[in-house]
Design a protein around this ligand. Structure first.
Ligand code: FAD
Ligand code: NAI
Length: 520
């Protein structure tokens, strides 16, 4: 009985603790403190983008030290790791969006935000040209923003080109832009959700021929990287758990195909996890076509070149109803334009070449983070957020250093003008202390990335994980890894609000299933 009471007591205590923690999180988020106005005499720091890199910088930046201006066409932060769950309705879009206004309103000092796109960066004149490209425009919709410091975190756009086996890119594949759906932004996901449901309802239209039904229900995902794999898995789950139930006539006709140019999917994962994923996909009846490169995209089919087991090449045609293009990243025009203006960027291929301190090569006072920067790391959220946090430390130290330097100047002047020996000794002591403090801030180390691991959802409540532990790598897969995947992402989503919404979405799908209506 005593043990039972103890257990009950600890459960009650944990639940109470959890409720208090949650309530505090919600209260704090809904009730931001008063904000000090920005100080125009401080240096102007312009931050482009509201994604992983920029928001991670903003989170840790002491905004009272700078006159901070954020420019981004997206007035929210998007938690991309859960985006592949959105088109099928496992997660609702707004659950993984955090308004930039919430983030900025919680800073100590006011931060300006303009919903606009940077169209040109003039690194010599030190101005950014910005344009409001939204539907509603005021009298002023283009202007220039001068900066002392600039952080470029505009990410990348979806690639519409192909890659050869050795990674060399060739010009855009015809038809991709016109016919394919992407999965990078909320709008892509909304379009995808509409398209999938439209294909299904159209396939069930009266007197549709069997060939047309087969085509319309053929869902082709191009790109066996994590985006393609996770979305293919979510789509097959949607079919198995929901679509089949409400539309039994779809059974045996709905088909998900994953097309990958390389010999295997998920190239960044360890061999055992790649094999596990490919086997799971076969069990789930997802058709995985590796060593198959898409060469042309028509409105109802794709043309591919497949390498057969004997090494010969064969041209094939795959009909599709819905085509999802997930072949990685391409450089945004504003970045390409800046690269063209800087001779030091001539050899950069993936984005702005940066040094070990993330300073854009060939510029001064301009840094780049995340997918728009070419560093030695993969273009992931992990890298972007660590780079953003590094820059916050750097900016906080830079400002502190300047303050100490000016204090030292003043102390030196005082010491020179002071005649009393006691005053001089006291001043010298303070000076020595300030010198020591300055040394601490003057030493800014270069950016070091810590890889925490890779995770991917592979369908049927299973996931794969390559996690870095104690300097080594631990690979795991299956149902328990799925729970780990969920708890890891839950701990990473931006706010308590997002966390609660994501949990509610998961519960909703467990209890009621996914919604099969076409309305987004
Ligand atoms: P982004 O997060 O893309 O942000 C770019 C920002 O810049 C956006 O706010 C955009 O609106 C803004 N912008 C664009 N153009 C301009 C302009 N001209 N001027 C001003 N602002 C502009 N990585 C992981 O590590 N783990 C995962 O599980 C994972 N899952 C992913 C799932 C999907 C579906 C996708 C697409 C990516 C995923 N990634 C994941 C990769 C990760 O999302 C990116 O590496 C990360 O978003 C890069 O951060 P970023 O800040 O560079 O760019
Ligand atoms: P990716 O670059 O990782 O993969 C794209 C795949 O498309 C490659 O395997 C490539 O060989 C293939 N491909 C390219 N052209 C092709 C063609 N013409 N025909 C057939 N296949 C073709 O891209 P992805 O998945 O969009 O990811 C982008 C970045 O985001 C990566 O760095 C990735 O690690 C990260 N990410 C991480 C996730 C995770 O950790 N769970 C989830 C999603 C993205």
């Amino acid at each position: 009985i005593r043990w039972g009471r103890l257990l009950l007591g600890s459960i009650l205590l944990s639940v109470t603790g959890g409720v208090v923690y949650l309530s505090y999180g919600i209260y704090e988020q809904r009730n931001p403190n008063e904000q000090a106005p920005a100080d125009p005499t401080k240096k102007t720091l312009v931050i482009l983008g509201s994604g992983w890199g920029s928001v991670s910088l903003l989170k840790k930046l002491d905004t009272e030290n700078y006159n901070v201006i954020v420019v981004s066409p997206r007035n929210y932060f998007l938690f991309t790791p859960l985006l592949p769950s959105c088109p099928t309705g496992t997660i609702e879009h707004r659950s993984i969006m955090e308004p930039i206004r919430h983030i900025l309103r919680h800073k100590k000092t006011e931060v300006k935000y303009y919903e606009a796109e940077a169209t040109e960066i003039d690194h010599e004149k030190r101005v950014v040209k910005v344009s409001d490209l939204s539907d509603i425009k005021g009298d002023v919709h283009s202007t220039e923003i001068p900066f002392d410091y600039l952080v470029v975190g505009v990410g990348a756009e979806s690639a519409t080109f192909g890659k050869t086996d050795c990674g060399v890119m060739f010009a855009g594949i015809p038809g991709v832009k016109e016919h394919a759906c992407f999965l990078k932004e909320i709008q892509d996901s909304q379009k995808l959700r509409k398209n999938v449901m439209d294909c299904i309802e159209t396939a069930l239209f009266k007197e549709q021929s069997p060939e047309e039904v087969e085509r319309l229900l053929s869902m082709v995902v191009v790109g066996g990287g994590p985006t393609g794999v996770e979305f293919a898995a979510e789509l097959q789950d949607f079919f198995e758990n929901d679509l089949k139930k409400w539309m039994p006539e779809l059974a045996d006709k709905f088909k998900v195909t994953l097309v990958e140019a390389l010999p295997n999917v998920l190239p960044m994962f360890s061999k055992a996890l790649i094999d596990y994923t490919e086997k799971s996909f076969r069990d789930e009846k997802i058709d995985v076509r590796t060593k198959t490169m898409v060469k042309n995209v028509g409105d109802k089919y794709i043309d591919v070149e497949a390498i057969l087991p004997d090494g010969s090449k064969e041209k094939q045609r795959i009909p599709y109803g819905c085509l999802v293009w997930a072949t990685g990243n391409a450089i945004r025009p504003v970045i390409r334009n800046l690269m063209n203006k800087i001779p030091e960027q001539k050899t950069a291929r993936r984005g702005l070449a940066v040094n070990d301190y993330l300073v854009v090569d060939g510029t001064e006072g301009i840094w780049a983070v995340g997918d728009c920067a070419q560093s030695k790391y993969a273009p992931t959220a992990q890298v972007a957020s660590q780079q953003g946090a590094y820059l916050a430390r750097l900016f906080n130290s830079m400002e502190r250093k300047e303050i100490i330097e000016s204090e030292i100047e003043q102390l030196k002047e005082l010491e020179a003008s002071s005649s009393a020996a006691d005053d001089k000794t006291a001043l010298q002591k303070t000076l020595a202390k300030k010198d020591r403090e300055l040394k601490k801030f003057a030493k800014i180390s270069s950016f070091e990335y810590t890889h925490q691991g890779s995770l991917a959802y592979i369908g049927m409540d299973r996931a794969v994980a390559d996690v870095s532990l104690w300097g080594g790598n631990v690979a795991s897969a299956g149902g328990l890894t799925f729970l780990f995947w969920r708890s890891a992402y839950l701990s990473m989503v931006f706010s308590t609000r997002n966390r609660v919404l994501v949990i509610m979405d998961w519960l909703k799908v467990k209890v009621f299933g996914r919604d099969v209506s076409r309305f987004v």
